[in-house]
Write a new protein. Structure first.
Length: 272
C-alpha cells in the first residue's frame, strides 16, 4: 500500500458514484480533488412524471396551501421543468426542505427556505421540527417523486393537517448492467461504492448479473442512512456499510476519507 499523502487524502482510491448523472458531478469532483478516482455509474434515471397534466394542475393551486414540503432536489428541478414560463412562486407559501441539497436547489431558484432539519436530513428529522407539529387544520402540499416513502404524509395527516401530494418526477432503473466496470471489480481495482438511497442500492443489486453479484457483494459501501445499511445486509453485502455522518457531498467525502485512513492504518499495522 502506498504511503499516505496528506495533499491527496484519497490517494488513488477508486470510488464508484451511483447518483443520477445530473447530480453526481459535484461529488465526483470532490473525490478527484482529494486524489481519488471517481467512476460514474448512474443507477437511477430521473424522468418526467407519468401524469404531467395532473402535476401541472396541482402546481396551479399552490396559493391555496400554507406550506410546501420538498422531499428532494429532483422535486425542485421537476417543479421548474413542468411549470409554465410565467410561473411565480407564491411568496406567502412557507417552504420546507428535507435536506441541504434540496434547500440549495430552492435557493438557486430564489425560493427562501423556512424549515430544514438540523441534522439527519430525512423524513424522520423533518417531522421532529417544531414547525411540523402545530399544524392541525393547515393545508400542506408535499412535492415529491412517484412512489417513495409515505411517512411524511401519514404522520402529518395524523397530526391534523390536510395533505396533498404532487408527483414532479419519476425514478427508473437504467436498462443496462455492470459490464463496463465488471472487469475492474473482479480484479479488485474498485475500492467501494457510494450509494445515496435505498432505491439506488436495490437498483445496483438488480442491475448486476449473477456473476457480477459475486464481486459486487464483496465490495464495501458508503451509504447515507441506517435504513440503507440494513438493506445492504439483507441483500447480502459482506462488509458492514459506512454510514455517512451527514447526507451531503461533503459528508460523503468525509466518510470516504475516514474509510481510507482506517484502511491505511490497518495496512500499516499488518506491515503491508
Amino acid at each position: 500500500m502506498p504511503a499516505a499523502n496528506p495533499q491527496k487524502r484519497l490517494d488513488q482510491l477508486r470510488v464508484v458514484v451511483t447518483r443520477p448523472a445530473h447530480q453526481a458531478e459535484h461529488l465526483c469532483q470532490l473525490i478527484e480533488q482529494a486524489g481519488g478516482i471517481a467512476i460514474r455509474l448512474p443507477v437511477i434515471e430521473i424522468t418526467a412524471p407519468t401524469d404531467i397534466q395532473a402535476a401541472q394542475d396541482k402546481l396551479s393551486q399552490l396559493e391555496n396551501f400554507s406550506t410546501a414540503i420538498f422531499t428532494s432536489a429532483n422535486a425542485v428541478d421537476g417543479l421548474f421543468q413542468l411549470a409554465p414560463p410565467t410561473f411565480k412562486w407564491p411568496t406567502q407559501l412557507q417552504v420546507a426542505a428535507i435536506g441541504k441539497r434540496t434547500a440549495s436547489r430552492l435557493k438557486a431558484h430564489a425560493i427562501a427556505v423556512d424549515i430544514i432539519p438540523d441534522q439527519g436530513f430525512n423524513s424522520e428529522s423533518l417531522l421532529q421540527s417544531s414547525s411540523m407539529n402545530n399544524i392541525s387544520g393547515k393545508k400542506i402540499i408535499i412535492c415529491k417523486g412517484e412512489g417513495g416513502r409515505t411517512l411524511l404524509a401519514k404522520t402529518l395527516t395524523q397530526r391534523g393537517a390536510y395533505i396533498e401530494t404532487v408527483d414532479l418526477y419519476q425514478r427508473k432503473r437504467p436498462n443496462k448492467g455492470l459490464r463496463n466496470i465488471q472487469q475492474a471489480g473482479k480484479s479488485g481495482s474498485i475500492d467501494l461504492f457510494v450509494v445515496t438511497s435505498n432505491e439506488g442500492l436495490q437498483n445496483l443489486f438488480e442491475m448486476a448479473t449473477t456473476n457480477e453479484r459475486e464481486w459486487l457483494l464483496k465490495t464495501p459501501l458508503v451509504v447515507i442512512s441506517e435504513r440503507a445499511a440494513q438493506l445492504a445486509k439483507t441483500l447480502g453485502f459482506s462488509h458492514k456499510p459506512v454510514v455517512a455522518c451527514e447526507a451531503s457531498d461533503e459528508g460523503l467525502l468525509n466518510s470516504l476519507e475516514q474509510w481510507y485512513a482506517d484502511r491505511f492504518r490497518r495496512g500499516v499495522q499488518r506491515g503491508e
